[in-house]
Design a protein around this ligand. Structure first.
Ligand code: BMA
Length: 856
């Protein structure tokens, strides 16, 4: 098969306007591309990521645009039996003309379009024109034609349009309605081609492997196929030849006993050996017609929902090759408002950040896109488990026939595109659409499994409970989950004992203190979060040098935080917990410190709930969100420019193989039920360890306590054994140095309890300091007494931190460009120096912020 990519496109605005003059065709600067990217490149629009310019480019989304190219076809090429034009992705409503004749009308951004064009082509120059309508107008017309439906985020017309929903604006993203050929365009010449390679590898409980390879050919012409399975080192493991392809279909099988082929494991549990299935198709004379290679891997993946020994409900856990995995990870949104600008290197950098953050799962969220192949390839290579939503987010979607037809084609196309990735272990029908149905009190009777839901005012239930599960089952072996969140057993999405949970009662909902995460746990918490400002450099980027706007309350900063009521919520959590300052740099620090505390606490408390077989009370936590699509203040733990926030490092610590967790709770006891004045208050400390490895771990737990207001300190240690793949309770008792109190006016001492887990050779496996809360009450010692020292190593690429007093929330920085720090948001204890890598320090002076550093 001969494939020719078409890249030399020109674009113009249909009907003159701000973009291009009448009849002015401009060469594109890159391909694939979109109109915003091209106008930005030509400096015909301001950068929508800066200032309030988002609102200066809205006209683009309400304008029609055209792209055109010419390509030549030789006489002999024209003789080829089949010639197709293939569009991997057109955003979104395009009418396609070849040599002036319309050959295609598109209406779904998420699928490939293939058109047989042999008859429409001529020898010599051929002209291809793509006329794009305004998706926004199209949506509004469809909405008028059908009905206005409920949603959260964006214009309601989005629900009628199969386009990345976040384009319409989200509570972390701008309104930027992209338009254009966002994926490659090619012309393909072939006698016959391998249309589909469907590799299913079934790994039994005994871990033996059965592989079936089903082939679909474009044409029913005589031909023979050879299917080879190659090992990661390229050697041929097995091969089947002379498989007849004449009927257009063919199948072949391979079987391997346990251990004959290597299994794929998620990061932290084994390697990620990727095999390759190579298919050669020849005609009867042996002349090659087409070939395809597909990476595959062998793993047994299960979503286990079974009874717990002593709690109601069911587990919701992931098991890979018979190993139950605590999933610590993140939610992923599109990494840019302008998708065509995201390079393969950027995808890899993001996913490497996830791995460096000790995370093992990523959820591709339902308001974005079915991600690029490189995303899933990289997850396969790095051992990152993928939770894949279908692209429906926070809406009461329709299910009228034409919409349903689009969804069927879209789902089949993307399930087939993603099914061979070992990393993809679950498909979820949508993001939060059952929550919309619950909160809008739509017709949703969970016990009704039989009605034709299209006749209800929650018609999309038909998609999530009929259309998608049957497509997933028919074309893949991947587990299907009706929605995220979804409980099942007829329970609402807020049930904490079933399915997955979006726990938003911190920040949204009841706006509870993060200290209550333990009572807010679920079987699998697939969303929770806290906002924090991005790095000050990112803030300065969107300020575009406008110093007058360099304060938290400025119009520009407000435009770069899309979360409803963010001011109130940020201040709610800051005022309740931190003495804080309100200048720009301080607000960045304090919101980041708050975000880090909030999110680390969640992972710490929920990992404690992973207590071994039958006690997997919480089997996963996916933080909302790892990334941003533009420079913004949001729930992201790493900002748009891939600058990690302290929360990223705090979470990375809590997801290490061995951790120690602590809580400190006040227990008030009354001698009898008469008196309210007579009571005792004890500060009870609970300590536990976690071990995500499959071996038990012997270590030493060392607990050092310091009084912030005096030289008093205490220390004890004991040998501990951390159970494999579980948490282990290690200690419960009074906070050292904190006497029992009998009056509320006897305030608790500022005792800092620092625990370290030491390996047999004395290496520090983990350290964690538990501080009295809320932090706002703490009387921090004068900075001189703290005497925080930052010593730069001889190689200038790391710094060692020491202090005479416990220090909380150390964030390091330098002037100028970023340094790649290995840790941030550090809690220091006297006598326990910590070394932080500082790649790119280049001799610059390191400064530090910390709680009690005098800025508030
Ligand atoms: C959940 C997500 C997103 C949203 C986030 C923060 O609803 O599914 O839709 O951005 O919360 O509000």
């Amino acid at each position: 098969m001969l494939v020719r990519s078409l890249k030399d496109f020109f674009f113009t605005q249909i009907g003159s306007g701000e973009g291009t003059k009448d009849g002015e065709w401009l060469p594109v600067s890159q391909f694939p591309t979109s109109v915003h990217v091209e106008l930005l490149n030509l400096k015909r629009i301001p950068d929508p990521f800066v200032g309030l310019h988002e609102w200066d480019v809205q006209w683009i989304g309400e304008t029609r645009w055209a792209f055109k190219t010419t390509f030549s076809v030789k006489e002999d090429e024209l003789k080829t039996t089949n010639i197709d034009l293939v569009f991997d992705g057109l955003d979104t409503f395009a009418s396609v003309l070849l040599n002036g004749a319309q050959i295609l009308q598109t209406e779904d951004q998420f699928i490939e379009y293939r058109v047989a064009v042999k008859e429409a082509l001529k020898a010599g120059e051929n002209e291809l024109v793509l006329n794009f309508d305004s998706a926004f107008f199209k949506g509004r017309e469809l909405e008028k034609q059908h009905e206005k439906l409920n949603l959260w985020n964006g214009d309601s017309s989005r629900l009628h349009v199969r386009k990345a929903q976040y384009n319409y604006g989200w509570d972390w993203g701008p309104v930027l309605m992209t338009v254009g050929p966002w994926k490659p365009v090619s012309v393909q010449f072939y006698e016959n081609r391998i249309a589909e390679v469907d590799v299913r590898s079934r790994v039994s409980e005994q871990l033996d492997v059965k592989v079936s390879v089903a082939l679909t050919f474009a044409a029913k012409t005589p031909g023979l196929a050879t299917v080879s399975l190659k090992a990661p080192d390229g050697s041929v493991v097995a091969s089947n030849k002379d498989i007849s392809g004449t009927s257009g279909q063919a199948e072949t099988k391979f079987e391997f006993k346990t251990g004959e082929v290597e299994l794929w494991y998620p990061v932290g549990y084994g390697k990620q050996p990727l095999y390759t299935v190579e298919v050669e198709l020849t005609d009867e004379s042996g002349k090659a017609m087409d070939s395809k290679a597909q990476k595959i891997a062998f793993r047994r993946a299960r979503v286990v929902q079974e009874k717990l020994v002593d709690q109601e409900g069911l587990t919701f856990l992931f098991e890979i090759n018979n190993i139950r995995i605590f999933c610590g990870g993140s939610n992923w949104i599109p990494a840019d408002s302008f998708l065509t600008t995201i390079t393969a290197e950027r995808y890899k950098a993001w996913l490497q950040l996830l791995i460096d953050g000790n995370q093992n799962m990523i959820r591709v969220w339902g308001g974005g896109i079915y991600e690029a192949d490189v995303f899933y390839d990289t997850c396969d290579e790095l051992g990152i488990l993928v939770w894949q939503d279908f692209m429906f987010g926070c809406g009461q979607y329709p299910a009228y026939d034409s919409f349903l037809k689009l969804v069927e084609v879209e789902a089949e196309y993307n399930v087939k595109r993603l099914r061979h990735h070992p990393s993809v272990v679950i498909f979820a029908g949508n993001n939060e659409d059952y929550q919309i149905a619950e909160s809008c009190k739509l017709e949703l009777d969970y016990s009704d499994e039989t009605s034709d839901f299209r006749k209800t005012n929650f018609p999309a239930r038909y998609i999530y409970e009929r259309t998608l599960p049957s497509i997933v089952e028919k074309f893949s072996d991947i587990f299907y989950h009706r929605s995220s969140p979804y409980s099942g057993q007829g329970k609402p999405t807020t049930d904490q004992t079933l399915g997955d949970l979006h726990q938003w009662n911190v920040w949204h909902g009841q706006q509870k203190p993060w200290h209550e995460w333990d009572t807010l746990a679920g079987r699998f918490v697939s969303e929770f979060g806290m906002e924090g400002y991005p790095d000050i450099r990112t803030v300065d980027y969107w300020l575009g040098g406008n110093k007058d706007e360099r304060l938290p309350q400025s119009r520009t900063n407000v435009n770069h935080n899309k979360a409803d009521g963010f001011e109130r919520r940020l201040e709610l959590y800051l005022v309740e917990n931190f003495k804080h300052a309100f200048d720009m740099d301080s607000y960045v620090y304090y919101t980041q410190a708050m975000q880090a505390e909030t999110l680390a606490s969640a992972f710490r408390l929920w990992r404690r709930n992973w207590k071994g077989k039958g006690r997997e009370y919480t089997a996963g936590a996916l933080v909302w969100q790892i990334n941003d699509c533009w420079p913004v203040t949001s729930w992201a733990i790493v900002d748009y420019f891939l600058r990690p926030k302290p929360a990223y490092f705090a979470i990375a610590r809590e997801l290490r193989p061995f951790t120690v967790g602590m809580t400190r709770k006040e227990h008030q006891t009354f001698p009898d039920d008469l008196s309210a004045a007579k009571f005792t208050i004890e500060s009870i400390l609970e300590i536990w360890g976690t071990n995500s490895t499959l071996e038990e771990k012997k270590a030493t737990l060392e607990v050092s306590s310091f009084d912030l207001q005096s030289e008093w300190k205490d220390s004890w240690s004991k040998s501990v054994t951390l159970a494999p793949n579980s948490s282990t309770e290690l200690f419960r008792g009074q906070v050292p140095g904190q006497p029992t109190r009998t009056k509320k006016s006897e305030v608790a001492k500022d005792i800092i309890v620092s625990a370290r887990l030491l390996d047999e050779d004395g290496t520090v496996l983990f350290r964690y300091s538990n501080w009295p809360e809320p932090f706002k009450y703490i009387k921090f010692p004068p900075v001189e007494q703290v005497d925080l020292q930052i010593d730069v190593a001889a190689d200038g690429e790391s710094v060692t931190l020491t202090a005479k007093k416990p220090v909380k929330g150390v964030v390091l920085d330098v002037d100028g460009e970023d340094v790649k720090w290995s840790d941030q948001g550090i809690d220091l204890a006297p006598g326990d120096p910590q070394t932080v890598k500082a790649v790119g320090l280049k001799g610059r002076k390191v400064r530090a912020r910390f709680l009690g550093d005098g800025t508030a």
